[in-house]
Design a binder for this molecule. Structure first.
Ligand code: TXA
Ligand code: MG
Length: 502
């Protein structure tokens, strides 16, 4: 019995090639470095189509012939490298034109389905705009969002249930392990939940970073996490819940007024509360402390996983001790392969730095680790909070305060001034907050096109890992403005650079 083919519908600008604004001339085509390999991988199992919105035509800036010329040139480029696109569909209209073909309207998807006899329920659409990834969803097409192009800029408009990826090639890895799209994702979550119930370890996504989790009430399972991570036993784990009612199982006494106000405002989200622990919580989870760190993650997948597991999940970040935290499933596979029974691949994490850890013991609010929720945001809810950091040599209140932490293998230097002495050295990599004003001989990673702190946080660890794989002698970066999530970014940069000094 022959099965109907499934398709991948690709956006063009910002997904396959650089989004340069209005593209009139084929000479302006800049393919992303991973596009060809990613498409070659996809075409083994899928027919490929491109759907592009080109409203510049309606604006009179280019003609439909210009669009076709660019599409044709790109098609030839791809063909020469062994990639076959079945059809190129272009919408030349503006939203006000109320046409049938502008994404997210599914006209082109339906046309392709008709012309090629496609199975849309096993098909995918990939793009860097929220409209791209909704195109055809009512027919079962599954949208994957990429953070290239305008991906980060439009993140706030993205539907909560959409998966995002740092690049097209990361999206392809996901498709390969979830060929029946939503069904396989749900099965992936279910497999994770079952593994937890069997006392196994599961790597799972949260909005901050990936976690390596076990049933909090199973001390043998929790011990396996310490072994897998090579983590010292005096470093407690955060317990992840999916429902506030689970707090009763974990804490001693009642929730203070301050804690409740923080919960109401920031959960689910990147805030961990340190509260007096109930004796139900095994000592191994909390490193024999009388307190327990708890948070309710915001990620839909994390919440669903915890709910189906039927128990709170103890989990540190899913990296080996001292290495950079993982913000994509591939990061986990690369550093902890074999350590977990199941990995739930939920794409890239959209906050990108770990949760803020705040202690509320004795009703004194003290930030032990800056993170996804800023001190300023917390202070709008409960007034002044202290920050405990730095002088943690003798008494480590929170293991996030260990001096060497979150560090790449390659030495990282934080330059307070322009790094003139390194710009001609091809063995030095640069992590920049904004597009560069000079030419660097070595590789560069631009964390944000416009110096946006949220975008920098989201890209930080992925960029650091990419540079770390290049065998450089040094990575150079600089501090960011210390307000809002900048405080967490600077804290991580400082720790990542400390390998040099010890
Ligand atoms: O965003 C996050 O917090 C991620 C995701 C997976 O939830 N988790 C994470 O876990 O970063 P981990 O283990 O890498 O860092 C946990 C931090 C450590 O700095 C630890 O000291 C602190 O939370 N912590 C946990 N329990 C504590 C406790 N009882 N007292 C003081 N600090 C605690
Ligand atoms: Mg685009």
């Amino acid at each position: 019995m022959s099965q109907r083919r499934a398709a991948i519908f690709l956006d063009r600008d910002g997904t396959m090639i650089d989004d340069v604004g209005v593209l009139k001339d084929p000479d302006g085509i800049i393919l992303y470095p991973d596009t060809v390999e990613a498409l070659k991988e996809l075409q083994k199992d899928y027919l490929l189509f491109v759907i592009t919105n080109q409203s510049a035509v309606a604006d009179g800036l280019i003609s439909l012939e210009d669009v076709d010329k660019v599409n044709h040139a790109l098609d030839i480029m791809l063909q020469e490298q062994g990639v076959r696109i079945e059809e190129w569909y272009s919408c030349p209209h503006k939203t006000e034109d109320n046409c049938d073909c502008k994404k997210p309207k599914p006209a082109f998807v339906l046309k392709a389905a008709e012309d090629y006899g496609l199975d849309l329920k096993r098909s995918f659409v990939i793009g860097d705009h929220p409209h791209d990834v909704c195109t055809g969803q009512e027919y079962g097409v599954f949208g994957l969002y990429v953070l290239t192009g305008h991906g980060v800029k439009h993140l706030d408009e993205l539907e909560k249930n959409k998966l995002m990826f740092h690049s097209l090639s990361d999206a392809v890895v996901w498709i390969n392990s979830h060929p029946n799209n939503i069904f396989d994702l749900e099965k992936n979550i279910e497999d994770g939940a079952k593994a937890i119930q069997k006392g196994q370890l599961v790597a799972f996504p949260t909005e901050t970073v990936y976690g390596l989790g076990a049933d909090v009430f199973n001390p043998e399972a929790v011990e396996q996490i310490f072994i897998a991570k090579k983590r010292p036993k005096n470093n407690p784990f955060i317990v992840h819940i999916s429902d506030e009612a689970q707090l009763n199982l974990l804490i001693d006494g009642t929730i203070s007024n301050k804690a409740q106000r923080l919960i109401d405002k920031f959960w689910p989200g990147p805030l961990t509360l340190i509260l007096p622990k109930s004796k139900n919580v095994p000592d191994i989870v909390t490193a024999n402390n009388s307190t327990v760190g708890i948070r309710m993650p915001a990620s839909r997948i994390a919440l669903e996983f915890i709910k189906r597991a039927g128990t709170p999940i103890a989990a540190p970040s899913a990296n080996s001790f001292n290495y950079v935290s993982p913000t994509a499933a591939n990061h986990v596979r690369n550093s902890l392969d074999g350590a977990f029974s199941v990995i739930i691949d939920g794409g890239a994490c959209n906050v990108g730095v770990e949760s803020t850890v705040i202690s509320l013991v004795d009703n004194r609010a003290k930030i032990l680790r800056p993170g996804g929720i800023s001190k300023e945001e917390i202070e709008t809810v409960i007034g002044n909070v202290e920050i405990s950091e730095g002088d943690a040599i003798n008494k480590i209140e929170s293991p996030g305060q260990f001096q060497v932490h979150y560090a790449p293998e390659t030495p990282l230097e934080i330059c307070e001034r322009f790094p003139q002495e390194y710009i001609d050295d091809a063995d030095v990599g640069f992590m920049l907050h904004e597009p560069p004003s000079v030419n660097y001989a070595g590789p560069i990673e631009i964390l944000s096109d416009k110096g946006d702190p949220k975008e920098i946080a989201m890209n930080l660890y992925a960029a650091l890992r990419r540079l770390d794989k290049k065998g450089l002698k040094l990575i150079v970066t600089s501090y960011f403005a210390d307000e809002s999530i900048g405080a967490a970014i600077n804290n991580r940069l400082k720790k990542a650079s400390s390998r040099r000094r010890v």
